[in-house]
Design a protein around this ligand. Sequence first.
Ligand code: ATP
Ligand code: MG
Length: 363
Amino acid sequence: MTTMFNIATFHGDGIGPEIMVPTVKILRQMADASDDYALTFTDTPAGAAHYAKTGDALPETSMQIARSSDAILLSAMGLPDVRYDDGTEISPQIDLRKALTLFAGVRPVTVRAGQHTPLRMPPGHQIDFVLIRESTEGLFHTQGRGEVTKDEARETLLITRDISEKLFRFAFDLAKTRKDAGRGKGRVTCVDKANVFRAFAFFREMFDAEAANHPDINADHAYVDATALWMVQKPWDFDVMVTENMFGDILSDLGAGLMGGLGLAPSADIGLDHAVFQPCHGSAPDIAGQGLANPFAMILSAAMMLDWLGIKHANAAMRTDGTRLREAVEAVVASGDILTRDLGGIYGTDDAAGAVLDALSIA
Ligand code: ATP
Ligand code: MG
């Protein structure tokens, strides 16, 4: 039976459309070759250029398309010289995160053979962990609303039972999915600062309670400062890491650094009903319009989307295609033949995306 999924596509700004178009082309070809699922795509206007044109960065009609879709694929958004009147950045992805309660920011960090990394990797090791960043509260709770007087500034750290329980359930489910797929180590690490802050002792309490429901998964704790050290010294030891919003913000950039930059870093923001998939990098206005953008982070985000839909709707073919797509990108990177300039190659966006299609060898 063919199940139909509707994908809301935000083409975004700068290189956004340039990497979205070949990504949708790949997804279409995979879906067309499958008897088990079909995909439709609805282009959804939003972003900085749209704001400059219409005065609205995320129109209500686009919000509605996003809300009623099965998944949201979002390309890079924002432009340096287009801002709201109060000077803040235009980032509809953050509005979506709030409006759809996407509490789990999922940042996979992988370094495989052939991939550039600033670390010296011991033979036989590879990096393959997932950092989950709580994305709706924590130290971002008073974001933009902190209290500042002449002599004092205050922001609030908010940890709630409700969001923490959902977050940890998600983390343990992900560890189990990874373990069952033969990929993970069956480990979840709670990253916090429970030795100093009562809020993080509370965070840990909910983590430990969820851990008790998963005797098959190893649960442990780590302080955020030590975690930063270990992410550099022995990142191959991690499997699933789960942390507060600000800690996750910082550690996910460290993770991107391990991967040799943003060109291969996908991400997902996941809630109970909705999810947004997007590359970690920005809209790269310096190279926009030249066909030079690296599409791999966008394509890897699309692979995460297939994986998530496949798990949510128990569609094994979709999950298989998610894995195939990720492995196709990894194979192109490992061979090193057709890479964009940011990865040391000489090729453009369409060549790189074409190499992924070839690696998929869709009949
Ligand atoms: P944002 O604030 O939106 O995250 P940023 O200022 O961090 O944006 P990016 O837009 O991510 O910056 O770009 C940083 C650098 O990386 C730029 O030189 C850009 O050209 C390069 N870059 C980013 N994404 C890509 C990509 N997909 N392919 C090639 N180069 C990229
Ligand atoms: Mg940035």
